[in-house]
Design a protein around this ligand. Structure first.
Ligand SMILES: NC(=O)c1ccc[n+]([C@@H]2O[C@H](COP(=O)([O-])OP(=O)(O)OC[C@H]3O[C@@H](n4cnc5c(N)ncnc54)[C@H](OP(=O)(O)O)[C@@H]3O)[C@@H](O)[C@H]2O)c1
Length: 232
């Protein structure tokens, strides 16, 4: 069994690789399979039975292009099972930029004819808590509720899905309980204040937009789901 993993050198991917017991793992990253390079992706996936598809990052238009390339290469390589990392908020109607890219990617995968399983992860605990630190917990969360999941738990669930037959559906990977701004010892600020404070701290425009759109989706309670079954 040969399993290709995108983003294999990243903080999540490098925790997935050692969990793929018994499989020959092909680690994909910029050096051998740039998301922007169709040919390289095809070459790297040749002969793989399964693909753990950890989503790309950065500006949304580029992410969508990257995801189209990965799915086209997976089709070309006749991958038997694609395990996609998506998000709990995967909805093209959401204000969150990555809910849009995840919604489109899920649709592309479903329409591709490839067999698949989709892992919809909650907010990564390490990512979100780092943002809490960066902003001194001044967050435009209103009464939004979230759950947090450590990357290690997401890695376990992705590996478990990869070592099982395709489920043809999505699986929510969430934390055990919802958290409010109060639980995070945070202070509510308006979206405008949040944006202004990030801009003053020299955060890049793309990330200011991405974070602001994420908090809009949090206020809409799009991250409040708690999965009934703990992943993996
Ligand atoms: N649910 C959440 O809260 C949340 C939060 C943040 C991110 N995410 C998603 O989770 C994914 C994984 O997160 P992470 O923390 O593991 O990310 P990470 O540590 O930044 O790792 C990124 C991975 O992608 C690879 N990569 C970067 N640019 C590439 C390119 N142009 N072509 C091919 N590979 C490329 C990197 O490889 P190199 O070794 O070549 O750099 C690395 O393996 C993110 O990409 C994002 O889609 C989710």
């Amino acid at each position: 069994m040969r399993i290709a993993v995108t983003g294999a050198t990243g903080r999540l991917g490098r925790q997935v690789v050692p969990l793929l017991a018994g499989a020959e793992v092909v680690q994909l990253s910029r050096s051998n399979a740039d998301y922007g390079d169709q040919q390289a992706l095809r070459r790297a996936m040749r002969g793989a039975d399964k693909l753990v598809f950890i989503s790309s990052d950065g500006e949304a238009a580029k992410v969508l292009l990257h995801h189209q390339n990965v799915i086209a290469a997976a089709k070309d390589a006749k991958i038997g099972h694609v395990i996609l990392l998506s998000g709990v908020d995967a909805d093209v109607e959401s204000p969150f930029c990555y809910a849009h890219t995840n919604g489109v990617t899920e649709a592309l995968l479903r329409e591709s004819g490839l067999d698949f399983s989709i892992a919809r992860a909650a907010l990564f605990a390490e990512f979100f808590l780092s943002l809490v630190g960066q902003t001194n917990a001044r967050l435009p969360m209103g009464d939004g509720r979230i759950t947090l999941i450590p990357r290690a738990e997401v890695a376990k669930a992705l590996a478990a899905l990869a070592l099982s037959p395709p489920t043809g559906t999505h699986h929510d990977l969430t934390g055990p309980e919802t958290l409010t701004l109060k639980d995070l010892h945070g202070t509510d600020v308006t979206p405008a204040e949040f944006i202004a404070e990030l801009a003053r701290s020299d955060e890049e425009p793309w990330w200011i937009y991405a974070y602001a759109s994420m908090f809009e989706s949090i206020r809409q309670q799009r991250w409040a789901k708690v999965a009934k079954v703990t992943p993996a």
